[in-house]
Write a protein that binds this ligand. Structure first.
Ligand code: BYC
Length: 327
């Protein structure tokens, strides 16, 4: 059988024109294999980060200091589970099943964000995660709402709205602690001291070491480079820290009039690489707990599959093409 190259059928030209016109690629459109693979890689890593990211904060649900704080924290952690689900669904539209992705996470063949390998030692860490980790996530993810792949971009719209609530709850929590007793203020400062640098690492390696940035930006998956977004985040945080009455742990932070940005000190990329290799403070704990949760949930997946087999009309896949088009 002779295979027809995509350029001979005009598919590749149509793909290139869609990207150039800032329009969306949809699941049934032709796309280069590498575009598909790169999206699966990024979306899977993002989905894994959301579900592993539930662990450090869930650690504090039973110890939240009031019913109000507990309700807020539970809602936030549940939102993160939901984000994981939207993202796994977006990856499924590219032809990669959830089982395969979870297997790759559990066997260390796919990554999740470095940030979730740090421990949550005090209640103030819940505030620091909200303000800094969710703040970094929003900075990174708002441009992803304009990603060239439709299902990922649409999932990001809802995720960003929820992340913005998460960021504000963290900020409000830290403000309360910062204006509280001396011990509460010190607890908030200690949390910022520990979470600041790992939050800057969330944006990924510096641009000159970022393997995927150039191609992902050409495909309009990413809209800004890692360093651009990191700088944007620093510029947002400096005045917010001042309002909080807390100090960012960087003696080199200085306003640079010429650049119109805050200069900041060097990031410890050795620490970043070690965490990625599995040598962070909590890597083993996080992945061990995830594997156990997956095993313990096997009966739920089996029951859901048995139910779906008995009632095919009620399964989401039973929708007609018209219904799908209307969604
Ligand atoms: N941690 O070429 P690069 C959340 C990897 S969840 C671990 O720059 P790219 C939240 C990178 O994957 C936040 N790995 O890559 C949840 C690549 O390795 P592979 C998660 C990292 O893709 C719960 C290699 O390093 N957000 O907000 O162009 C509670 C080279 O990097 C990291 C997302 O996932 C890292 N920090 O850019 C609270 C957003 N950085 O794949 C909050 C979507 C880099 O070749 N993802 N690597 O094995 C992205 O925007 C991009 O994938 C990145 C990296 C900016 C992260």
């Amino acid at each position: 059988m002779t295979t027809i190259a995509p350029e001979d059928t005009g598919q590749e030209a149509l793909f290139d024109a869609t990207i150039a016109a800032d329009e969306r690629i949809e699941p049934r459109d032709w796309m280069p294999d590498d575009y598909r693979a790169s999206l699966v890689r990024q979306i899977a890593q993002h989905a894994h980060s959301e579900i592993i990211g539930m662990q450090p904060e869930a650690n504090w649900i039973t110890r939240a200091p009031s019913l109000r704080r507990k309700a807020i924290l539970m809602a936030k952690v549940q939102d993160e589970a939901g984000h994981g689900l939207y993202l796994y669904s977006a990856a499924e539209t590219l032809g990669t099943g959830r089982d395969e992705l979870l297997d790759k996470l559990h066997t260390g063949r796919q990554k999740y964000s470095s940030i979730f390998n740090y421990p949550t030692l005090t209640w103030a860490d819940v505030g620091a995660i909200g303000w800094l980790v969710d703040g970094a996530a929003i900075t990174n993810q708002v441009p992803l709402c304009r990603c060239s792949y439709g299902p990922y971009a649409r999932a990001m719209v809802r995720i960003c709205k929820e992340e913005s609530f998460h960021q504000r709850q963290g900020y409000e929590l830290l403000l309360t602690l910062s204006r509280g007793t001396e011990a509460q203020h010190a607890m908030a400062q200690d949390a910022i001291d520990r979470w600041w640098w790992p939050s800057l690492m969330m944006f990924g390696p510096p641009d000159d070491e970022s393997a995927h940035s150039a191609q992902s930006m050409a495909w309009k998956i990413k809209r800004h480079s890692n360093d651009e977004l990191r700088q944007r985040f620093v510029d947002i945080c400096v005045p917010q820290a001042e309002t909080l009455g807390l100090t960012l742990p960087d003696p080199d932070l200085r306003w640079n009039e010429e650049r119109g940005h805050w200069d900041f000190g060097p990031i410890d990329w050795t620490e970043f690489r070690e965490v990625l290799k599995g040598n962070g403070p909590c890597n083993d704990e996080r992945i061990g707990r995830r594997r156990r949760a997956h095993q313990e949930g096997a009966w739920v997946r089996e029951a859901a599959a048995a139910h779906a087999a008995k009632h095919p009309a009620h399964t989401p896949h039973a929708g007609t093409d018209q219904e799908e088009a209307a969604r």
